[in-house]
Design a protein around this ligand. Structure first.
Ligand code: SF4
Length: 756
């Protein structure tokens, strides 16, 4: 089949024209029951099951190939019988649903075409989970009737696909002549672009360290788009950990569109941020947009084809105009977009990932920005947890709303009793309990139900995975660690990341801090055949002065480190009063040093990060650095919102002090992770503590030099920076200059800034 052959399954063909009108919650238990019902009926019947049929022909100048499997096929009868099996609703239906009947009709048409038959018998059978028939509808269809029904489905589908193909042709034409979006490549940017293109064309992964200033977005997006135009990939996912990274990618796309690129680029945002309703109850009885959504959506999709950038404003505008659910509309656009900019979740999260795309289309390319964040994010996605206090709080609210005799209240009470008290218990009852509780939760609304449902589904699926891969998970029901409840903790994300990224059309993992590359390749699911590339900083090395003052900042020595840490920070700030940030391992440490600083210099212009700052407070915090030249000393936490993804160019930040080496907190969960990493990767402490710690350190350090003309001082306060294991993780543009006194900090910094 040529590239231009339109391939479609019978299910998708029918689903294009005939579908339920409303958005309804997906019931995990109904899906399971449906699978069981199919199996039970197929096992009970003497007819052949899952017999494959294909039909190929040209329609309106387009080669079309339709395929699918009949649930049951009995060719011992004349004419043969095609049976479509469906799970019976509680009340047995009095007629077959049109979408069910039409699936069987398509098979009937394809069978008649293949075997030259004049007619077939079509049967739609509704069965219980155990395979018992509650209703069956048998009807003979002659060839003429089958032809008409099949063509009625195929014509609108082909017309829509031709619209999409016309766009692809225009897009590819524009890509052939699209220049690199900047006048010239930055140093080594071309090499990165070449490597990214090679990874895509060879269907491999690439792991790259790309320091600030290497022009990473253009370096990965441009070759990916060129590959798209050459048919090497069909869709590009730009995956990010944060919204700010999404903006950078959107800006690159806008720039290329201004230079003649034709494409559809979607920014996919979370359901919570898109939903316009006061209460997010995705059911036609409560949300007017859920009611009839799928009937109104086709017009909106058609209209969307005349717009290139599908950002939030566009999604909201179209959703308001057509009264659509903005999230569901975004998902539909996802299927026809050329580039999708979204969170990691949509590719890697077992419950959130876009299965409708990832399970049906392997010609996908992933560009994973700030990939050092992915291992921890993936471990979170693969883990699940529920606490008894959370369940009790929810039960209390449900009791107030629905009464203590309600089904929800009782189901919650039963589930709480099911949670085992000891490790190693049989978790099968918990799995069954989750399914029953989810069914009960669907019968009445209680505020917070969406979160509870999400947690229960995550826990259930983590339990299933844990039972399949015992070594990579730990199930904890120790009251201390889980506050009374159950936690399934992933200890090794590599197998999952390998599975998601294998057989794709290229996957580029890139970050300014992905050291050590070969270890990160392992952790991110890479193989030896996957390339690694490390680019040096494009900025003059002499623009960054790195001072290292050995100091014991370990937890046990915290008290004694407060004064020297405060004095060192003050010395650097006073040497050249300007814009400076000191990063701390925790809020507690930050506050303690902050108090000492206030004692040493009561008039210090401190700007202190607070836990859980909202958007407005964050902007206000950053404005102190961006809006004027007044000196300011920021106190922030390492790994927090101000240590990554924040751009403070030029004089907005000229000095950074980092206290400690950023190690994650030592606790039971991290120690279990360390033990598993030791076993699986041979360096438990590195993977669980040192690497993530140093990623945080280098991200914070990376705030200083943002452009070729930026100059600044980095002060590292910890004795461990002198150890070889830590030094090996420092990039080449960070050269340690050891200082052994506060005076030396002052003098070195003054000398450096005197050259300004
Ligand atoms: S508009 Fe909101 S409540 Fe309605 S279906 Fe969409 S997400 Fe759910």
């Amino acid at each position: 089949m040529s590239e231009q052959t339109l391939q479609v399954s019978v299910r998708a063909l029918v689903g294009f024209s005939v579908f339920p009108p409303d958005i309804l919650p997906i019931s995990r238990s109904l899906m399971e029951q449906g699978r069981d019902a199919h199996l039970a009926r197929q096992q009970e019947s003497l007819a052949r099951s899952e017999a494959m049929l294909t039909w190929a022909q040209t329609m309106d100048g387009l080669a079309v190939r339709v395929s699918g499997r009949m649930d049951l096929f009995d060719d011992s009868k004349s004419p043969p019988v095609i049976e479509e099996i469906k799970l019976s609703p509680i009340e047995a239906p009095t007629a077959p649903a049109p979408e069910h009947l039409l699936q069987a009709v398509c098979y009937g048409f394809m069978l008649c075409e293949r075997d030259g038959l004049d007619s077939v018998d079509i049967k739609v059978c509704y069965v219980t989970r155990e395979g018992q028939i509650t209703a069956a509808f048998l009807e003979r269809f002659d060839k003429a009737r089958l032809d008409a029904a099949f063509l009625d489905l195929l014509r609108p589908y082909v017309a829509w696909q031709k619209r999409l193909l016309a766009h692809v042709t225009a897009r590819d034409d524009s890509l052939r002549t699209l220049p690199f979006p900047y006048a010239a490549y930055r140093p080594r940017q071309r090499e990165m672009a070449k490597q990214a293109y090679t990874a895509i064309s060879r269907k491999r992964r690439l792991f790259a360290v790309m320091p600030t200033g290497t022009g990473k977005s253009a370096a990965v997006l441009y070759p990916a788009l060129k590959a798209l135009g050459q048919g090497l990939t069909k869709k590009i996912f730009c995956l990010t950990a944060r919204g700010t990274q999404r903006i950078a990618m959107q800006q690159e796309i806008d720039r290329m569109i201004a230079q003649g690129l034709r494409l559809h680029a979607l920014t996919l945002n979370a359901k919570e941020s898109l939903c316009p309703m006061e209460q997010m109850r995705c059911h036609p009885d409560y949300c007017p947009r859920a009611k009839g959504h799928y009937l109104r959506q086709p017009d909106a999709l058609m209209e969307a084809l005349s717009t290139q950038v599908w950002g939030s404003a566009f999604i909201w505008e179209m959703s308001d105009k057509h009264q659509l659910c903005p999230f569901e509309f975004s998902l539909a656009l996802c299927e026809i977009a050329d580039v999708v900019i979204c969170d990691y979740n949509y590719a890697f999260h077992p419950q959130v990932r876009l299965t409708r795309i990832f399970d049906s289309l392997r010609k996908l390319t992933l560009l994973v920005d700030e990939a050092h964040n992915l291992p921890d994010r993936a471990r979170d996605m693969l883990s699940g947890s529920i606490t008894i206090s959370q369940l009790r709080a929810f039960r209390r609210e449900s009791g107030k709303l629905h009464g203590r005799t309600s089904g929800i209240y009782k189901a919650l009470s039963q589930f709480i009793k099911l949670l085992p008290q000891e490790e190693g218990a049989d978790y099968t009852p918990v799995q069954t309990g989750i399914t029953s509780l989810l069914d009960a939760l669907g019968t009445g609304y209680t505020p917070g139900v969406m979160h509870l449902v999400r947690d229960l589904v995550s826990l259930g699926s983590a339990l299933t995975r844990a039972q399949e891969a015992l070594d990579d998970y730990v199930i904890m029901n120790d009251a201390e660690a889980t506050k009374g409840g159950l936690t399934v903790l992933n200890l090794n994300p590599a197998p999952h990341l390998f599975e998601v990224t294998r057989r794709l059309s290229g996957c580029v993992f890139y970050s300014a801090t992905l050291q050590p590359l070969s270890a990160m390749r392992l952790l991110l699911g890479g193989e030896m055949e996957d390339a690694c590339l490390s680019l040096p900083s494009p900025f003059p090395e002499e623009h960054l002065l790195t001072l290292h003052m050995p100091l014991n900042t370990r937890y046990a020595a915290r008290e004694t480190s407060l004064m020297p840490a405060a004095q060192a920070i003050l010395a650097l700030f006073s040497a050249h009063p300007g814009k400076m940030i000191a990063y701390f391992p925790s809020f507690a440490y930050l506050r303690a040093v902050g108090e000492v600083l206030e004692g040493l210099a009561p008039d210090l212009p401190l700007n202190i990060q607070q836990p859980g700052m909202d958007e407005g407070s964050r902007i206000q915090f950053l404005d102190a650095f961006l809006q004027d030249d007044a000196p300011v000393l920021g106190l922030c936490v390492l790994g927090g919102v101000f240590s990554e993804g924040v751009d403070l160019p030029g004089k907005a930040l000229t000095a950074v002090a980092i206290i400690g080496v950023g190690l994650p907190q030592v606790n039971e969960q991290n120690n279990r992770y360390r033990a598993r990493m030791e076993e699986a990767m041979g360096d438990g402490f590195g993977f669980a503590y040192r690497y993530p710690g140093m990623h945080k350190v280098l991200q914070a350090a990376g705030r200083i030099i943002r452009s070729e003309t930026d100059r600044g001082v980095l002060l590292l306060l910890d004795d461990r920076y002198a150890q070889a294991d830590y030094q090996a993780l420092l990039p080449s543009h960070i050269t340690l200059n050891r200082v052994s006194s506060i005076e030396e900090i002052t003098q070195s910094a003054r000398r450096f800034f005197a050259q300004d």
